[in-house]
Design a protein around this ligand. Structure first.
Ligand code: ZN
Length: 194
């Protein structure tokens, strides 16, 4: 398992709901948390590890020692509300890139946890922001899509560099073509998603 970087096509995949929670899914989640801590993140969505599942993990402390702060959201439904707030965001699929994103301050999220139980949370602050950011991933939406034109313009160069890096991987045969990627996602969805 590895984190895919912008503009990898899986980051634009709109994930379908998962049918059930099982041992394999629990393994996937454990590996996602490990990868998230290794890369100093506070959240990670399944698309970012090249999986077409409606699932993300969050630990707003980013501290692997604080396992009680780990949250898994499966098939989440998010409703946002409250006044808009601007804050700097980054994303593990855009290493070293940060930019201000405006989002509603609060949200309610209903999702399944790893025990297969439905949970509902009222969130605010960083946790609410992280849930909205990760939930966007499941829709194929990236934080750069939510930047002001001037903020986006200021990232033009590093984004271009990421685009060239991926193109380079593709040229060296390290990345399948778009059709192969789509076929693999469709196959995985057939096995686990609705
Ligand atoms: Zn992200």
């Amino acid at each position: 398992m590895r984190i895919v970087r912008y503009p990898h096509p899986t980051l634009r995949h709109k994930s379908k709901a998962l049918r059930r929670v099982d041992g394999e899914l629990r393994n996937i989640v454990a590996r996602m948390f490990d990868l998230m801590y290794e890369t100093n993140g506070i959240g990670l969505a399944a698309n970012q590890v090249d999986l077409p599942y409606r699932l993300f993990v969050i630990n707003v402390t980013g501290d692997s020692g604080q396992r009680d702060q780990e949250h898994v959201f499966i098939n989440p439904v998010v409703s946002k509300y409250g006044p808009s707030q601007e804050a700097e965001e980054g994303c593990l699929s855009f290493p070293e890139l940060y930019a201000p994103v405006v989002r509603p301050e609060r949200c309610t999220v209903t999702a399944y946890n790893l025990a297969g139980q439905e949970i509902q949370r009222e969130l605010t602050g960083l946790f609410a922001r992280a849930v909205q950011h990760e939930n966007d991933h499941l829709e194929g939406v990236l934080f750069i899509d939510r930047l002001s034109p001037s903020a986006l313009m200021s990232l033009k160069e590093p984004l271009g560099e990421l685009e060239r890096e991926l193109e380079g991987e593709r040229m060296r045969g390290l990345l399948p073509d778009d059709r192969q990627i789509a076929a693999r996602l469709a196959e995985l969805e057939m096995m686990r998603a609705e």
